[in-house]
Design a protein around this ligand. Structure first.
Ligand code: NAP
Length: 303
């Protein structure tokens, strides 16, 4: 039987609808308007399009949203001063510095200068620590891993006691999603294994997984026969494998493939995310969710 396709596009739309209601109620009952600033240094086309999408989403939800464009040659000192300005601005609850930054700027120094309570990307070491401690300590969850957890939970998979295998140990996906799934609590409480290039028998680990999360960046790494029948497969990989002409625009667009052989895997898995349209659409939505959480926290409301 063919797997249920977990549509990130649909789940993200559902969460945004919930968020819109929450934002409207916050405004009406508490006079609180979530505020998000996106800081863009230079004009890298990919960064411009990411920041534009984030601002569009914030605008649609009724946030106070600000895009702060800075020249490519801004000094590190001036950028740090800008972050500090927003740290102190009571209208701003979320600060996002779009990466990558130009080479003359120390990225780590800038990210670490963001007030952890406004760090809606959840890259600050304080928030990474809070995530590890878990429970009420974890104010924000990093956006892509948080989106992955939402997809699993909303697709109805039981996470408690489930064998979760995470392929990849990056700081932005593998490590945080493994930490999220092992916490004692709702939507987690799983038995987690992380595998990577040093793992001896990748196939054996994947075959045990009730929930298989793949974030390696290697197209087709996970073979269909590695998937346990009925498992939930979350394919985080986004790999450009070629170009095609878009039917809509007539212009060349990249052909994207995940880390899992989707067509064959969907005949074995119980549920699976497509690429594109799976994890991808969730990331910005979770950024919006973190900003709403931050606004509530700053207003002294339960988050
Ligand atoms: P990354 O920093 O390159 O990390 C990849 C991880 O996968 C590493 O831990 C690496 O192991 C492991 N790995 C690579 N090849 C492997 C192999 N053959 N066997 C076992 N493990 C292997 O990548 P990332 O930033 O986590 O991103 C992973 C993928 O997710 C990429 O395709 C990226 O584009 C995508 N992504 C999507 C979203 C989204 O949709 N919103 C967000 C973030 C990332 P070692 O540590 O041993 O090198």
């Amino acid at each position: 039987m063919s797997a249920k396709i977990i549509s990130g596009t649909e789940v993200a739309a559902q969460i945004r609808e919930e968020l819109k209601k929450e934002v409207d109620a916050l405004k009406e009952k508490n006079g609180v308007v979530p505020g998000l600033v996106t800081i863009l240094v230079g004009k890298n086309p990919a960064s411009v399009s990411y920041v534009t999408a984030k601002q569009k989403s914030a605008h649609e939800l009724g946030f106070y949203s600000l895009q702060d464009d800075q020249p490519e040659d801004i000094s590190e000192e001036a950028l740090l001063a800008l972050v500090d300005k927003y740290n102190k601005d009571p209208k701003i609850h979320g600060i996002l510095v779009q990466l990558p930054l130009p080479r003359h700027i120390n990225e780590k120094k800038v990210l670490n200068a963001i007030d952890p309570d406004k760090d809606v990307d959840c890259f600050h070491p304080v928030n990474v620590g809070r995530l590890m401690i878990g429970g009420s300590e974890a104010k924000f969850l990093p956006c892509t891993p948080a989106g992955i957890q939402e997809l699993i939970v909303r697709s109805g998979y039981e996470t408690s006691g489930a064998e979760v295998v995470v392929v990849g140990r990056s700081n932005i996906v593998g490590k945080p999603i493994a930490n999220i799934m092992l916490q004692k609590g709702k939507g987690a409480n799983s038995t987690v294994t992380i595998v990577h290039t040093g793992t001896k028998d990748l196939e054996a680990h994947c075959k045990r997984a009730d929930i298989l999360i793949v974030a390696a960046g290697v197209p087709g790494l996970v073979k269909p026969e590695w998937i346990k029948p009925g498992a939930c497969v979350i394919d985080v990989g986004v790999n450009r494998v070629g170009e095609k002409i878009s039917e809509k625009t007539g212009k060349p667009v990249p052909v994207l493939k995940g880390d899992v052989d989707f067509d064959a895997a969907k005949e074995i898995a119980g549920a699976i995310t497509p690429v594109p349209g799976g994890v991808g659409p969730m990331t910005i939505t979770m950024l919006m969710k973190n900003t709403v959480t931050s606004a509530k926290m700053h207003a002294g409301l339960p988050a």
